[in-house]
Design a protein. Structure first.
Length: 316
């Protein structure tokens, strides 16, 4: 089991297993120490990569796992550069510190977004309400104008309906009276007798049909007004769904900034995460700078010196 762990450590860190196996126990301990440090860093960044891929890139579980593996692979390569360096220069140290600072800031942002998830959701609800109001403001103004026009038409139609209805109550039917006259004449054509008859005809008031048409018109206008009023709510719901679905990484960072800077505790938690990630990122570098040279390192230098001497003799 120890050999398996040592082989895995050599594979992860880039050490030569055969040389480490033939070196002292101190060299094997160094490999195991670097392996533990790298696994800790890889585990943390695997979680960050998984969270980033599923939360912001909207990948499924397998996509998140692939994102975590890619992030872990990048971290392994970065740490290998430090571990396998024979001599760590000032420039490489400065670059690694700068890279660690950047990665710690990004890592703290992502971890804070997970930690303050509920607070961010509350802040997002407030921001979304303001965005929805701005997004539907123009649409609401147009609909309000149409509603005012429909209200005016409804008021006129109702007024006319009441007038026609009152007229129908007074005159439900129309009575027409007409007189027929007849004259009786003699042989010579002189009138000798005349008669008159009066007839009456009763018919339904034609305004009843007009009243029915007004009733249908009022119902149509009321239906249009109801549909327009409902469309305002539909627009709000649609815009809210669109804005929520399009929330991106920068929006989350803005909301996180508002949440974190709203209290001293939030700032303290963010700085705590950032310092944690900074310490994790500089873990391997600090070990590399503070460790004493092992027999494995001396063996590597010796092999290098022998090769250089051989090359110099060949050139001579």
């Amino acid at each position: 089991m120890k050999d398996w762990w040592l082989k895995f450590g050599c594979f992860l860190t880039g050490f030569n297993y055969k040389l480490v196996k033939n070196s002292s126990e101190q060299s094997a301990k160094n490999v195991k120490k670097y392996t533990s440090a790298m696994l800790l860093i890889v585990l943390v960044w695997f979680f960050i990569g998984y969270s980033f891929a599923t939360r912001y890139l909207h990948f499924e579980i397998w996509g998140g796992i692939i994102g975590g593996l890619v992030m872990g692979f990048v971290i392994v390569q970065i740490e290998r550069i430090i571990i396998l360096s024979t001599k760590v220069s000032v420039w490489s140290t400065s670059f690694r510190v700068l890279l660690a600072l950047v990665m710690s800031i990004l890592g703290a942002f992502i971890m804070d977004q997970i930690t303050f998830k509920d607070d961010i959701e509350l802040r997002k609800a407030q921001v979304m309400d303001e965005r929805v109001k701005l997004a539907v403001q123009q649409s609401e103004a147009d609909i309000e104008k149409q509603l005012l026009g429909l209200d005016s038409m409804l008021a006129g139609a109702n007024q006319k309906y009441e007038a026609v209805s009152a007229d129908l109550k007074k005159n439900p039917v129309i009575i027409t009276t007409y007189t027929n006259s007849s004259v009786t004449k003699d042989k010579e054509g002189k009138p000798i007798n005349s008669t008159q008859s009066t007839n009456r005809s009763v018919m339904e008031n034609p305004k009843k049909m007009e009243l029915e048409q007004l009733h249908k018109q009022i119902e149509t206008l009321q239906q249009k007004r109801f549909e327009l009023a409902q469309s305002i709510m539909t627009i709000k719901e649609r815009k809210e769904q669109e804005l929520k679905a399009s929330t991106g990484f920068l929006d989350e960072l803005t909301l996180l900034h508002d949440v974190v800077t709203s209290s001293n505790i939030g700032i303290f938690v963010y700085l705590l995460f950032m310092l944690f990630f900074l310490a994790i990122e500089l873990f391997v570098l600090v070990m590399k700078l503070t460790d004493k040279e092992s027999d494995y390192d001396k063996l590597i230098k010796h092999q290098t010196a022998v090769r250089v001497q051989m090359l110099e003799k060949l050139q001579a």
